[in-house]
Ligand binder design. Structure first.
Ligand code: AMP
Length: 281
């Protein structure tokens, strides 16, 4: 496995791969790898000749009071996990390389951002879209793999790729969970022991919502209330949002039908956890 830190070298590598007619699958991450990331790699391996993973904690997508400084990092561990998972190249640029001076241009996401995490994390998706525009230009992948754990991110990135005719296929990948249902996340390490015991309630509340819907309940308000009630009963944490929208447009709905997303965010002491289910009714 190669570790490339220079943008120029990364672009050169990709050029060589393209000349050799090798397809590139790309997995962008912020590191501190877990099974969720490795599952994206597995998909990328199956569908491409080369798998490139980037590890970059992007300051642009963190708000001033968020966890950029204390975001968990362990490059040596990531290196081992990525190599064992079959990654050929880790692109690991420094912040100075990615942002040598203040940007004179950035990507502003207009649609699908005034809801869910976009609402409580102002500017977050602009930061995501801007760094991905840079990373797509550096890595030039054929396909890029994104987890549905961040379903709003998938919708935003698909919109951006379409708007800007970026020649990459976005591949959404299902959520990977712990055995007790907690969605895998680098931020799960922030949970206290008690919070970790409570945290499967997020997935439980979504499963309850799903069975209500499959039993015929089509009222988004009633379903949201049922989730909220379950969460407040089972976790000692602040429920940030419980929402149901159409997917991937992320528009409010008055009746549950078509493709929808049920999304929740819960703020524990040090970790804000998100989870969701998308379904077609
Ligand atoms: P992150 O390092 O948190 O920015 O995540 C990098 C990629 O991994 C994103 O596309 C995430 O959606 C995806 N990812 C993170 N956690 C999971 C999970 N539990 N299941 C599937 N994909 C995930």
């Amino acid at each position: 496995m190669k570790i490339i830190t220079s943008i120029k070298e990364m672009q050169q590598y990709t050029k060589e791969m393209q000349i050799a007619n090798k397809s590139i699958g790309y997995v962008p991450t912020m590191g501190f790898l877990h099974e969720g990331h490795l599952h994206l790699v597995e998909h990328a391996r199956k569908e491409n000749d080369i798998v490139i993973m980037s590890i970059f904690v992007n300051p642009l997508q963190f708000g001033p009071n968020e966890d950029f400084d204390r975001y968990p990092r362990d490059f040596e561990r990531d290196e081992l996990l990525a190599e064992n998972a079959g990654v050929q190249v880790i692109f690991y640029p420094s912040t100075m390389d990615m942002y040598p001076q203040e940007l004179s241009t950035s990507v502003i996401v207009k649609d699908r951002v005034n809801v869910l995490c976009g609402k409580s994390r102002e500017g977050h998706f602009d930061g995501v879209a801007t760094v991905l525009t840079k990373l797509f230009n550096i890595v030039r992948p054929n396909k890029a793999y994104f987890g549905l754990k961040d379903a709003q991110q998938v919708a935003v990135v698909e919109g951006m790729v379409r708007d800007f005719n970026i020649p990459v296929e976005i591949v959404p990948v299902e959520i990977v969970r712990e055995e007790d249902g907690l969605a895998r996340s680098s931020r799960n390490v922030y949970l206290s022991d008690v919070e970790r015991t409570e945290s499967p309630a997020l997935y439980q509340s979504l499963k309850i919502a799903k069975s209500k819907i499959f039993e015929g309940d089509r009222d988004p308000q009633a379903i949201k209330q049922a989730i909220f009630d379950y969460l407040t009963e089972h976790v000692d944490a602040k429920v940030d949002y419980v929402e149901i929208y159409s997917y991937p447009d992320l528009k409010p709905i008055t009746l549950i039908e078509g493709k929808i997303i049920i999304a929740i965010a819960v703020k524990f002491t040090k970790a804000r956890l998100i989870d969701n289910m998308t379904m077609l009714i």
